[in-house]
Design a protein around this ligand. Structure first.
Ligand code: ATP
Ligand code: MN
Length: 461
């Protein structure tokens, strides 16, 4: 049975002078006359294991002339090391599991992140990507633990839906109609009643509406799943397929979920420090100076909270030249969000109570009749990481907003029912999981924190 390199370093004393077998991929190999240094990584942790293979070992010729990337199994004895690491292995029985051909793309020590995206099928062999994916794993575990410890239930909402919850029209169609020759109605439109679901259907862009139904039955719930948006955003913060964490809480208002969002982000940071210290140290060294100090500070400091109206005042008062004019009523652009969080507050900030006209139909209207109980959490370097709101729980109020937004009441009848059948105040938010990973690792492109990114023009791998 193979031993994980992670376990060797976790309790190296236990393994001293014992024989183990490790299996992994060659990071580097240096051959001298009497022996070879083989550095192996098996992906279980950040550290590599250095192995000294003596020329008397079986297969020595073949093993010692192996290329970077070769998959090997090596049996040997764990001994103390005089080098940078506490232990190394005296390799006794090396063998090759999988050879590497000459066109292996990760020959060179230094390769750009852009290049690695083109070889996404092997990029998890690099220090950077494997570190990202380990952090991603731990943040997923942290997410379940955080919400489950609060008593919220993990629910699964459908990926195929007939409604555009955001009303933004950025959905991918799901259809089995013959696109070359679709059935037509008398009016000449495509007849979706002949389609698989007998209606127009799409990949979901949020699980919120269904989560509301379960929150109004189970109290606190959360989803954690893929969402799809066909927005034509070629930015470093948008994917066409991304993972969203969406808590929905009955008997909660906007302030409650704003606090919940802040606590959740702080919990993710603490969890990463506990479970991925080597990875965070690496990201700090390689990608973002002060990463760890900044994160520690954020984990310990209450988030600033301002209203949209206050944010607009701050932006207008600043002498900063923006490409987009700041005006009460128009949405905050990325440059505005960045100014607030990176220059003005130099910390995460929660912005609340946006104008109703730039937000979705389901958000609760304030008494001023102009703003809604919405909130975004913005963080330095990434921008918006959470978007949430208190939901309109008033039946007539919600009907009005559906009409005002030009939506068809019929499409939302079950959603309206939730306000008739024992409704309650409730609120929730969506956190973009990849954006959280970007923030905590300091990686600056969202395409580098998901194994196989989907974005406009690309569904390779
Ligand atoms: P943005 O203004 O950045 O496009 P949004 O206002 O469209 O975000 P919401 O609809 O509120 O975002 O979605 C909730 C969260 O999902 C966002 O705060 C963000 O973290 C994440 N998110 C939204 N769109 C994307 C995307 N295309 N790729 C990755 N994450 C996204
Ligand atoms: Mn968007």
């Amino acid at each position: 049975m193979r031993t994980l390199i992670k376990d060797l370093f976790l309790d190296s004393k236990k393994f001293l002078n014992k024989e183990v077998e490790i299996k992994g991929w060659v990071k580097s190999l240096r051959k001298s006359k009497a022996f070879s240094f083989v550095v192996i990584n098996d992906g279980s942790c950040f550290q590599d294991l250095q192995i000294i293979v003596d020329q008397d070992a079986p297969n020595y010729e073949e093993v010692s002339s192996s290329l970077t990337g070769t998959c090997m199994a090596i049996k040997g004895i764990i001994v103390e090391s005089g080098g940078r690491q506490p232990i190394e292995m005296q390799g006794k029985v090396p063998s090759i599991i999988g050879k590497v051909s000459e066109d292996y793309p990760l020959q060179k020590k230094k390769t750009s992140l852009e290049f690695l995206r083109e070889v996404a099928h092997v990029r998890a062999r690099t220090n950077t990507l494997s570190a990202v994916f380990r952090v991603r794993h731990h943040l997923a575990q942290a997410t379940h633990k955080f919400f489950s410890d609060l008593g919220y239930y993990y629910i699964h909402t459908p990926l195929i839906t007939a409604s555009d919850a955001e009303g933004a029209g950025e959905l991918f169609r799901v259809s089995t109609l013959d696109i070359k020759n679709p059935p037509k109605t008398d009016k000449g439109d495509i007849d979706f009643s002949k389609d698989y679901f007998e209606s127009e259907t799409f990949l979901t862009c949020t699980g919120q509406l269904q989560a509301e139904s379960l929150a109004l039955s189970m109290g606190g719930v959360y989803t954690f799943g893929p969402t799809f948006r066909s927005e034509n955003s070629h930015t470093s913060r948008h994917l066409s397929e991304f993972w969203m964490v969406e808590p929905e809480v009955a008997f909660a208002d906007l302030d409650d979920v704003a606090d919940l969002g802040a606590k959740y982000i702080q919990y993710l940071i603490q969890y990463a420090f506990e479970h991925c210290p080597d990875e965070l140290a690496f990201f700090e060294k390689q990608y973002q100076k002060d990463l760890q100090e900044t994160l520690k500070h954020v984990a310990e400091t209450d988030f600033k909270k301002i209203t949209y109206t206050e944010a607009v005042e701050i932006l207008i008062k600043s002498d900063k030249k923006f490409d987009f004019k700041v005006e009460w009523g128009s949405d905050l652009q990325t440059e505005h969000e960045r100014f607030l969080t990176e220059e003005h507050f130099k910390a995460p900030v929660i912005v609340t109570d946006y104008p109703k006209d730039i937000k979705a139909f389901y958000m609760k209207l304030n008494e001023d009749g102009k703003t809604v109980r919405a909130m975004d959490i913005l963080v330095p370097g990434v921008g918006e990481i959470i978007g949430g709101s208190q939901r309109e729980d008033d039946y007539e109020g919600l009907r009005n907003r559906i009409k005002e937004c030009g939506l068809d009441e019929k499409d939302y009848s079950w959603y309206l029912d939730l306000r008739k059948f024992g409704g309650a105040p409730h609120a929730g938010f969506g956190l973009g999981f990849e954006r959280a990973i970007m923030y905590i690792t300091g990686m600056s492109n969202i395409r580098d924190v998901i194994a196989f990114p989907r974005f406009p023009g690309n569904a390779s791998f």
